[in-house]
Write a protein that binds this ligand. Structure first.
Ligand code: AHM
Ligand code: MG
Length: 337
């Protein structure tokens, strides 16, 4: 049997690297540990989907964005919120599944220096068909006064203010991939002993990719520049690596994870139905952009760098393009005309 690389655990790695963080006090480390714990709980539940009757399917309610909530969306949301509230390091959380931000009521939480933005279960409609899903999180220092309840301004910070961001991918194996702004590292879960091990140190997205990931069913609703770029991706050329491969899982975490390892471009452009794109700036685009940039890639909305966009509302959507430098440069040529 192949040997498993069990040298550094996520817990050890967090502690060893905590001094790389400018305000190192151990609090961020504890915060990452609470996210790790919640990820394990959600992972255990997701693995039962299909066996246990009452965890698959829809709840029958919609979130504030008019999307049907899955039972596991609601479950994952509660697990992450409870885990974060319990450690008293965070004064509030904003989640894709909540109408507004949650300011933790206990006074002890008001002393928390951080806030979290989270998409507890991204791609959740894929659960019923046993396809990978993910959790995406983003950590910021609060801007309001420590000792008071969290305020809206704490959550509406530009992505370039992120202290850390990461995702959990519940796939053929479960992984946590995160950055504190000095590179990206990935940890794979060993379910037999319940531990994450460093399996993908210092992930770098290849500068030249050959995978494009987009819901091409929306092609008629894309702007001509994007349509032309997609035609370009499919061209039969004797002198370069095109046609590129098309890969689209429909779970952003899985699509981006694959592209980070293999090289590629992921996009969710504006469509007729979603004139600002479908993906949410705060819960999906900012954390993924921070991770991709830290892995050497790029992320923009077709014009502006995602991380420089000043958010104006919690559930704001933006068109999203991210990936390998060369593919992003090719796309830019089409967009700029
Ligand atoms: P969700 O947060 O409601 O799960 O939606 C986000 C998902 C992304 O993971 C995925 O890339 C995209 O929506 C898929 O959308 P579509 O089915 O329109 O291609
Ligand atoms: Mg999502």
């Amino acid at each position: 049997m192949a040997q498993i690389n069990r040298v550094v655990t996520l817990g050890e790695f967090i502690i060893q690297n905590q001094n790389a963080f400018p305000y190192a006090t151990g609090e961020l480390s504890a915060l990452l540990s609470s996210l790790r714990l919640a990820a394990k709980v959600v992972n255990a539940e997701i693995n039962k989907a299909g066996l246990v009757d009452d965890i698959m399917g829809k709840v029958g309610t919609e979130n504030v964005q008019g999307e049907e909530q899955q039972k596991l969306d609601v479950y994952a949301n509660k697990i992450f919120i409870d885990a974060l509230e319990a450690r008293h390091l965070v004064c509030g959380i904003a989640s894709e599944e909540e109408d507004s931000y949650v300011s933790f009521e206990k006074e002890v939480n008001n002393n928390g220096k951080y806030i979290i933005l989270i998409d507890p279960l991204d791609g959740s409609s894929n659960i019923d068909v046993n396809v990978s899903v993910g959790t995406i999180f983003s950590i910021y220092r609060r801007v309001s006064k420590v000792g008071t309840p969290a305020e809206m301004q704490d959550f509406l910070q530009a992505g370039n203010q992120q202290v850390a961001a990461g995702y959990v991918i519940y796939g053929s194996s479960t992984m946590i991939v995160y950055t504190i702004g000095d590179g990206v590292n990935g940890f794979t879960f060993d379910p037999t002993i319940g531990v994450f091990y460093l399996s993908h140190p210092d992930i770098k997205i290849p500068a030249q990719g050959s995978i494009y990931s987009v819901n091409e069913g929306n092609y008629p609703y894309f702007k001509p520049a994007i349509q032309n770029y997609l035609k370009f991706c499919k061209e039969d050329t004797p002198n370069d690596i095109r046609p590129y491969s098309s890969r689209y899982i429909g779970s952003m975490v899985s699509d981006i994870h694959r592209n980070m390892l293999k090289g590629g471009i992921y996009m969710y452009p504006a469509t007729k139905k979603n004139p600002n794109g479908k993906l949410r700036l705060l819960y999906e685009c900012n954390p993924m952009a921070f991770i991709i940039e830290n892995a050497g890639g790029q992320a923009n909305d077709g014009d502006e760098r995602i991380l420089d966009i000043q958010p104006t509302k919690l559930h704001q959507r933006v068109p999203f393009y991210a990936g390998s430098l060369d593919m992003m440069a090719e796309l830019k040529e089409f967009i700029n005309g």
